[in-house]
Ligand binder design. Structure first.
Ligand code: KIV
Length: 281
């Protein structure tokens, strides 16, 4: 399949064709996602929790993101890649936001960046877009500000909160974003926004719209600390891995592994090797 462009995503929205995308953080996972034919890949700052073992996304650095985006690009050379701007890479000023967004493109060859927030980051979205970089907005539950929001809680469930989410969505489009991701919002609100906006609207835990995102470690059953309500599990990879490690440990300890088929065989005859060993004994 040819690598998608922003025009494909606009066309898919117009034609009602769903976009299916996942997160990936390394070469291997990215290559599996590309083989499977995902429409795009997010190198999310969720790497902080599922790859780096932090208890939030806050400690993730620009260098972490760039390094993982490079690996994902190597694994998925023909897939649209979204680089996720980590906490404090865009909050301080428009200028810093542009410089850091630019690093994703220059150093890791991603196709666009994503940042969290609605009205409060409108000037950042405008500045990055004016620098020629495609921006995807991210509203609703925004994990980088989860402590301000009182934890990883759904948004837009009452009228006041839904109004805020809708205002944020309008502000993101108005600021020049080419797409919007909505997280953990009821489907009624998401569908209203997806119809109202011209840009594609994608969901993670926000119901049907122009496409769906899931975190690979959740959908594959790899991340054991916590699974969000919206994450459907398509596999139980953690138990496959633990079982394989346990079988390996047992075979090493009982001498079953390595058996003959896993050995390199000598090319000269045994007696010559015996003589060689004698030289050193
Ligand atoms: O980092 C990430 O994976 C994300 C999703 C939670 C949307 O931003």
């Amino acid at each position: 399949m040819a690598k998608r462009t922003v025009l494909d995503f606009m066309r898919m929205k117009r034609q009602g064709e769903q976009v299916a995308w996942v997160t990936a953080y390394d070469y291997l996972m990215a290559s599996y996602a590309e083989q499977a034919g995902v429409d795009m890949i997010l190198v999310g700052d969720s790497m902080g929790m599922v790859i780096l073992g932090y208890d939030s996304t806050v400690p993730v650095t620009m260098d972490d993101c760039i390094s993982h985006c490079k690996a994902v690009r190597r694994g998925a050379p023909n897939t649209w890649i979204v680089g996720d701007m980590p906490f404090l890479s865009y909050q301080a000023s428009d200028e810093e936001a542009v410089r850091n967004a630019g690093r994703f493109l220059k150093e890791a060859q991603v196709d666009c960046i994503k940042l969290e927030g609605g009205r409060r980051v409108a000037s950042r979205i405008r500045a990055i877009t004016d620098a020629g970089i495609l921006v995807m907005g991210h509203i609703g539950l925004t994990p980088q500000s989860s402590s301000q929001l009182g934890g990883f809680k759904a948004r837009g469930r009452d009228i006041d909160s839904a109004r805020e989410v809708i205002k944020d969505a309008l502000a993101v489009q108005e600021a020049g974003a080419y797409a919007l991701l909505i997280e953990a919002v009821p489907p009624q609100v998401t569908q209203f926004i997806a119809k109202k906006l011209d840009i594609p609207v994608y969901s993670i835990g926000a119901g049907p719209c122009d496409g769906q995102l899931l975190i690979c470690a959740d959908m594959l059953g790899m991340y054991q600390a916590f699974t969000p309500k919206f994450a459907k599990k398509y596999a139980n990879v953690s138990s496959v891995i633990v079982n394989a490690f346990q079988q390996y440990i047992s075979e090493v300890k009982t001498g079953i592994f390595p058996s003959d088929e896993y050995l390199y065989h000598i090319k000269d005859n045994e007696e010559d090797f015996e003589k060689l060993f004698k030289e050193f004994s």
